[in-house]
Design a protein around this ligand. Structure first.
Ligand SMILES: N[C@@H](CCC(=O)N[C@@H](CS)C(=O)NCC(=O)O)C(=O)O
Length: 203
């Protein structure tokens, strides 16, 4: 059985969603990011002292999006397509992690994650400007496509929408990014996403 270390309120949510999409049985090993991730026991599965981590038999992985790529590779198509589309999945996943997430987190920390007194409106605006620039690219790409690779949902959608979930759930102003918003609604209302969200949003 796949073991996901973390809580649904953390980035572990992304892996719960991927496991649900894959139809795999999984167990959540509760580890609170702030209180439990630096214990000797947790450091054995994630030496960064962060969540999530995953155990699948002898394989131990950290990094939420890498865990998702593993789950999708194990599930096969359509979640992880073959050939050039597998490279496109990697492209969008790395883009999510390196281009989108830093800007989204800069906005998130300064608009809802930190206590109000610690938020910097200038930083929130800079994060939004950075994220909007990436969303311009996504908006253009989604012209004529339901999902990132075309008609079928893949782990690339799960990874990118997982990174954008915080903005989506916290009333980000999507402005003219109407295709992005519609794509997020499509992804995050899938049955598997709803099951993962039920765990997160009830917590
Ligand atoms: N790039 C990592 C980031 C992991 C991460 O920052 N997790 C947060 C919780 S969502 C955490 O464990 N924070 C605790 C800390 O930074 O001390 C991933 O995607 O797995």
């Amino acid at each position: 059985m796949i073991r996901l270390h973390g809580t649904p309120k953390s980035r572990t949510f992304r892996c719960i969603w991927a496991a649900e999409e894959a139809g795999f049985a999984y167990e959540i090993v509760p580890v609170d990011a702030m209180r439990g991730a630096k214990t000797a026991e947790h450091l054995k599965v994630n030496p960064n002292g962060k969540v999530p981590a995953m155990e699948d038999g002898a394989l131990v992985l950290f990094e939420s999006l890498a865990i998702n790529l593993h789950l999708a590779a194990k599930a096969g198509p359509p979640l992880m397509p073959a050939g050039d589309d597998a490279s496109r999945v990697l492209q969008w996943t790395l883009w999510a992690a390196t281009e989108v997430e830093p800007a989204a987190m800069q906005w998130a920390y300064n608009s809802y994650l930190r206590p109000p007194a610690e938020r910097d409106p200038g930083q929130a605006a800079a994060g939004k400007a950075g994220l909007d620039a990436r969303l311009d690219v996504l908006e253009e790409h989604l012209k004529g496509r339901d999902f990132l690779l075309g008609p079928a949902f893949t782990i690339a959608d799960c990874n990118l929408a997982g990174v954008l979930y915080g903005a989506w759930a916290n009333k980000y102003d999507w402005g003219g990014h109407t295709r992005v918003k519609a794509w997020l609604d499509r992804c995050l209302n899938r049955p598997a996403a709803l099951r993962a969200r039920a765990l997160r949003e009830a917590a």
